[in-house]
Design a protein around this ligand. Structure first.
Ligand code: ZN
Length: 429
């Protein structure tokens, strides 16, 4: 098993930040050829390595999120926890790759798929042109060793834009900056059911039912995160006051501001937007369908609102996306759907049961789980001409995508053992 660590050391010595991973791609190709695998590559730089008659596909992404000094990674090992000095570690998904490398040295009749640019929107997997030979896919991008994922939400971004007509505000109006800041924030999928308030929604509640005109409005950080901060600059005849502890109101100089003629509609549409979980999935105990308004920006006369909708069921996602478009269109916006990715609806077949059985020999409490966020398996399966049964798992990685990223090496060895047992079992069938 020390071999796996050697592979990981080699991987982490080769730069492979998203969009800048060509050197690692070359290493994967040459490693596969040295081990007598046939190698296929597509336009997106996905790499598929096959040997013999593959009965199972192993898969990992080969790009990483580079934080701090990465891609210059200095490994630090303490009590069997691996970290990097002043950077992200790249155990996501380098450790999955290292496990795959060690399997490639030992087994034939397998295929290994290395996807590109996962961390920047599942780009490689979404545009995969390579076809797997096998109908069983074991994704090694999990982050908690005793969890086995069998489903994930699909999603679509809804981009709403509106050309704003403005008029000069009269100087007898007072101008206020109404700010919401320091809310907790979180991921718009996995954290959407945690009761975290959205700064944009709090702002809309403050502005709603007041005699005010918007001069500027701004909120949220990223399309797929729950907004932590938002503000509006408004003109009002009345003094603007707020009782909320999240809100600060500051009177600012009047400087010939122009206000939005459609201020009322904009406030109402944000106020009417139902942020959060629409339906819960009781079997997997996660949200089934949800939506989050991630960002609002006013630039060059255009107001843009970005929302992210998700669902474990493609039909429900379509309905929610269309409802949201209708709501914004009623308020005078144009709408556009972007980055659609299909749901991976849980489908427990023989392969999943075999994985669970093998995992249960190592872990006492193996749960089959689904996640309210996008995983590569969902989009990958969509690119295949034949049905594929997929399962996702992996060693324990804490704080991925940060300079505190760390990996539990004991978990790596246990997961590698499980992967090996699964391969052996399938090759016997
Ligand atoms: Zn990953």
């Amino acid at each position: 098993m020390e071999k796996i660590l050697e592979h990981f050391k080699k991987i982490s010595s080769i730069p492979h930040c998203s969009f800048e991973a060509d050197l690692l791609k070359e290493e994967i190709v040459s490693f596969a050829k040295r081990n007598d695998f046939e190698v296929f590559e597509d336009k997106e730089k996905n790499i598929l390595c096959k040997k013999g008659t593959p009965k199972i596909a192993l898969q990992a992404h080969y790009d990483m999120v580079c934080i701090g000094e990465a891609p210059c990674i200095k490994l630090v090992k303490e009590n069997n926890i691996l970290k990097a000095k002043n950077s992200s570690l790249g155990a996501d998904n380098g450790m999955g790759m290292a496990i795959m490398f060690s399997m490639m040295e030992k087994y034939s009749d397998i295929e290994c798929l290395f996807t590109s640019n996962e961390e920047v929107g599942l780009l490689g997997a979404s545009n995969l042109e390579l076809q797997l030979s096998s109908n069983k896919l074991l994704n090694l991008d999990g982050e908690q060793e005793d969890e086995v994922y069998v489903g994930c939400a699909g999603g679509v971004d809804i981009i709403c834009t509106c050309k704003v007509q403005t008029a000069e505000a009269s100087p007898d109006l007072s101008v206020y900056k109404v700010s919401i800041s320091g809310l907790k924030g979180g991921h718009s999928g996995v954290d959407i059911d945690k009761g975290i308030p959205s700064a944009i929604k709090v702002l809309a509640q403050e502005l709603y039912a007041k005699e005010i005109k918007i001069i500027d409005i701004y909120g949220g950080e990223m399309r797929n995160s729950i907004p932590k901060n938002a503000y509006a600059i408004v003109a009002s005849h009345e003094p603007f006051e707020s009782q909320s502890s999240f809100v600060t109101v500051e009177k600012i100089e009047f400087a010939n501001q122009k206000y939005f003629l459609n201020s009322d509609k904009i406030i109402k549409v944000i106020h009417a937007f139902a942020q959060g979980v629409r339906e819960f999935d009781k079997k997997y105990n996660i949200p089934k369908t949800s939506i989050s308004m991630g960002k609002i920006r006013y630039e060059d006369g255009i107001l843009q609102v970005d929302c992210a909708a998700r669902s474990l069921a493609d039909e429900d996602l379509d309905i929610l996306a269309l409802e949201t478009c209708s709501l914004f269109e009623l308020a005078g916006f144009e709408t556009q759907m972007k980055n659609p990715h299909p749901a991976w609806s849980p489908n427990i077949g023989d392969f999943t049961l075999l994985v669970r059985e093998e995992m249960s020999k190592i872990y006492s409490n193996v749960e089959l789980k689904a996640i309210h966020a996008g995983l590569e398996c969902g989009v990958l399966m969509q690119t295949q001409k034949h049905p594929v049964e997929a399962v996702s798992m992996g060693p324990t990685i804490r704080f991925p995508h940060s300079a505190s990223e760390e990996c539990d090496l004991n978990s790596v060895f246990r997961i590698a053992q499980a992967v090996e047992n699964i391969i052996q079992k399938i090759q016997k069938v």
